[in-house]
Design a protein around this ligand. Structure first.
Ligand SMILES: C[S@@+](CC[C@H](N)C(=O)[O-])C[C@H]1O[C@@H](n2cnc3c(N)ncnc32)[C@H](O)[C@@H]1O
Length: 413
């Protein structure tokens, strides 16, 4: 990464870490509770309201880029409901801490916060239906990477629906070089035509940038330059569909869902417990402790609406334990297990785990393909040893495997 780009990242990270920390040192009636969502903590730093224009629908999977304290994530989670899942991505620990508090306060079970950057999104390909964001893409010093990543994680037919700042003219060099104006959402603003062109270059279609308001010229740092707030939308085309025409059958909202496609992942609800226990029994996996740990389980649904796969996570401080990965025999071979492993890994990272363990008697080769490495049981140390799997549920001959979850969110170069 060039020096200028890493300077921008550093300044952006500093500014928003500080915004998160200062906000919650301030009295509750200031930025710590917004009138819109009085029960949530943390600053609201957007430049619009993408949710009001994103047309989110029940059951969709959503990603909020640069989610900050998570207000938009919580609102999106209410709309998509228990059948959907909302990921909130942010690169600062301080914002993510506030976001986790808000998740608890809202009792939102269909929300996963993930640490990472929008230039290297830690989610699998084609994993979400809509990408939302509020005043964040302008902050990227590498917008083409961010837009390519958005295209990668969207499912075919999925949409980008964000608010962002735009500029009335090309931003002059001296404003671009001012990292504090950059982190204030000014220097990185694109002109409308440039924005639309970059969206198209990233493979998105139906790109549109609708300026909702222009701010006073005094904030821009250059005479004659205006900064505005715009709603930006675009769509990922269906493969082979000329002009983005959508197949007619099986549409879920604005999206195509077919029985043969990958099963959607959602947080497990209490009502799923009997089906998950049934799956575990059929797969010969231990059921001990599942009920107690069910708040960290994820499930997939088959075309008939029944639970078709599950995976669980137990959290012991910075150590996580992946457990109970199972997929119905008729759903195997469609990538469902791999997606559950990816999702539970993201959940573990969001829960602050730096190590993810598992015990297996049969699937060590499978988990090696997902980044886990075998390790000696005698080398395991820490609270994970108190888990029911280590203590009694798994045979002592089970293979112990470990995946390290530490990733530097800015080591994209
Ligand atoms: C202007 S604030 C907006 C926060 C939130 N969307 C809201 O409306 O309150 C920008 C947020 O994006 C995050 N951010 C900035 N650059 C990022 C990047 N490259 N990748 C991920 N998050 C980023 C910051 O940490 C901060 O929380």
């Amino acid at each position: 990464m060039s020096d200028e780009k890493s300077q921008v990242y550093d300044e952006v990270r500093r500014r928003y870490s500080r915004a998160a920390t200062q906000c919650c040192a301030a009295p509750a009636e200031s930025c710590c509770s917004t009138s819109e969502a009085p029960d949530l903590v943390g600053p609201s730093l957007g430049c619009g309201d993408p949710i009001s224009r994103a047309g989110l629908q029940a059951g969709q999977d959503i990603l909020d880029l640069g989610c900050g304290a998570g207000g938009d994530v919580i609102r999106a989670a209410l709309i998509v409901g228990p059948e959907g899942l909302v990921y909130g991505l942010d690169m600062t620990d301080e914002m993510l801490k506030l976001a986790q508090v808000n998740k608890q306060k809202a009792g939102a079970r269909n929300v996963v916060f993930v640490k990472g950057t929008m230039e290297s999104i830690p989610l699998p390909d084609e994993s979400v239906d809509v990408v939302i964001s509020n005043c964040v893409i302008n902050l990227s010093p590498d917008k083409d990477s961010a837009l390519r990543e958005i295209h990668r994680v969207l499912r075919p037919g999925g949409r980008l629906a964000v608010h962002d700042t735009v500029s009335s003219a090309p931003v002059p060099g001296q404003v671009q070089a001012d990292s504090s104006l950059w982190s204030a959402c000014i220097s990185g603003s694109m002109e409308v035509t440039e924005y639309e062109e970059r969206l198209r270059n990233a493979g998105l279609e139906a790109a549109s940038v609708d300026v909702e308001q222009w701010y006073g010229a005094e904030i821009s740092g250059a005479p004659g330059l205006k900064i505005g707030a715009a709603f930006v939308s675009a769509r990922k085309p269906f493969p082979g569909a000329a002009g983005g025409a959508r197949p007619a059958e099986g549409a879920r909202g604005d999206l195509q869902v077919t029985g043969a496609g990958p099963a959607r992942i959602r947080a497990a609800g209490a009502g799923d417990l009997p089906q998950v226990l049934g799956l575990l029994t059929s797969a010969g996996l231990p059921r001990d402790g599942v009920e107690e740990q069910f708040n960290h389980f994820l499930v997939t649904e088959g075309p008939d609406g029944a639970v078709s796969g599950a995976v669980g996570l137990e959290v012991y401080g910075s150590q996580g334990l992946l457990r109970s990965l199972c997929v119905k025999p008729e759903e195997r071979g469609k990538g469902t297990g791999a997606r559950l492993v990816e999702a539970v890994t993201a959940e573990a990272m969001a829960a602050g785990c730096s190590e993810l363990y598992l015990l297996t008697t049969t699937a060590d080769k499978y988990f090696e393909r997902h980044g886990f490495a075998r390790m000696e049981r005698a080398s395991v140390d820490g609270p994970v040893l108190q888990s029911i799997e280590f203590v009694s549920a798994c045979p002592k001959t089970a293979v112990v495997m470990l995946k390290s979850l530490t990733r530097c969110c800015c080591s994209t170069d």
